[in-house]
Design a protein around this ligand. Structure first.
Ligand code: PGA
Length: 257
C-alpha cells in the first residue's frame, strides 16, 4: 500500500462561477504550498476552468473537468469535449459520477465511450462507481460495482487502466452526511482491487489508486484513509471550503506519510 501516492480530489459540482472559483483556488494554493506528498486536484464547472487553472498555476494542484462528452466536436449543443478541457489546461476528468448516471442518464455504455474519449485526449480519468441504497439492501452492491467495472474497464489495455483512478462512491453516502464505515469501504475497495487483479496484470492492481467518496469530512478522513485499500478521497461538499479540503489533504499526508 505504501507505494501508492495518496490522491485527494475536490468535486465542486454545480457551484462557484469564475470569480468564486478563482477565490477558492487562490486560498487553496496559499494553504497547501507545503504539501508535496499528496496528489491534489479540483474539478470546477466548465466555465470556471480557465480562472481556476490560472489561479493554481505552479501550485501543484491539478484541475479537471466534471464531465466530457464522448465526441470531440460537432452538433452537440451544450456539450464540452475532452480535447477542449485539455486545451484549457485540465489534466484530469471525472467519468461516470453517480449524478451523471442518475440525473443525466449516463449508462455504463455511455460512461465507457466517455472514458475512451478522455484517454484518447490525454486526460487522466477518475472513473466513479458505486451502488445505491436499494442495491446494497438487496445484497447487490458487489454485483453492481462489478458490472460497472466490467463495462468501464473490461478489455482496455493494461497501461491505460494503470492511468485511471477509481472512485468508489456509495450513492447513499453522497451528500447525505452518512459515510460508509471504514470497514464497509475497505471491504468494497479490496473487492474492487481483487477484480482488477483478476482481469489485468498484477502491477495494475498494485498501482491503481482507489479513492473513497461520500461525505468525506476533515473529521472522518483519517480513519477512512488509513484503510489499506483506500488511497485517497473524492470530496464534494467539504471541498468547497479551503480549510476543510486542506485538512483532508493533510489527513491523507499524515496517514500515508
Ligand atoms: P459529498 O460528494 O462529499 O458531498 O458526499 C462526494 C461526491 O459526489 O463526489
Amino acid at each position: 500500500m505504501a507505494h501508492r501516492r495518496p490522491f485527494v480530489a475536490g468535486n465542486w459540482k454545480l457551484n462557484l462561477g469564475p470569480r468564486e472559483a478563482r477565490a477558492l483556488a487562490e486560498a487553496l494554493a496559499e494553504r497547501l504550498t507545503e504539501e508535496r506528498s499528496v496528489d491534489m486536484a479540483v474539478f470546477p464547472v466548465s466555465i470556471s476552468v480557465p480562472a481556476t487553472v490560472m489561479a493554481l498555476a505552479g501550485s501543484g494542484i491539478e484541475v479537471g473537468g466534471q464531465d466530457a462528452y464522448a465526441a470531440n466536436q460537432g452538433a452537440f449543443t451544450g456539450a464540452v469535449s475532452a480535447p477542449m478541457f485539455r486545451e484549457a489546461g485540465c489534466t484530469r476528468i471525472l467519468v461516470g459520477h453517480s449524478e451523471r448516471r442518475s440525473v443525466f442518464g449516463d449508462s455504463n455504455a455511455i460512461v465507457r465511450t466517455k472514458l475512451e474519449a478522455a484517454l484518447a485526449a490525454g486526460l487522466l480519468p477518475i472513473l466513479c462507481i458505486g451502488e445505491t441504497l436499494d442495491e446494497r439492501d438487496a445484497g447487490r452492491a458487489f454485483s453492481v460495482v462489478t458490472e460497472q467495472l466490467q463495462a468501464g474497464l473490461g478489455g482496455l489495455p493494461a497501461d491505460q487502466v494503470a492511468a485511471i483512478t477509481l472512485a468508489y462512491e456509495p450513492v447513499w453516502a453522497i451528500g447525505t452526511g452518512r459515510t460508509a464505515s471504514p470497514a464497509q469501504a475497505q471491504e468494497m475497495h479490496a473487492a474492487i482491487r481483487a477484480w482488477v487483479a483478476a482481469n489485468f496484470p498484477a502491477f495494475v492492481a498494485e498501482d491503481l489508486r482507489i479513492q473513497y467518496g461520500g461525505s468525506v469530512k476533515p473529521d472522518n478522513a483519517a480513519e477512512l484513509l488509513s484503510q489499506p485499500d483506500i488511497d485517497g478521497a473524492l470530496v464534494g461538499g467539504a471541498s468547497l471550503d479551503a480549510d476543510s479540503f486542506a485538512r483532508i489533504v493533510e489527513a491523507a499526508a499524515s496517514v500515508h506519510g
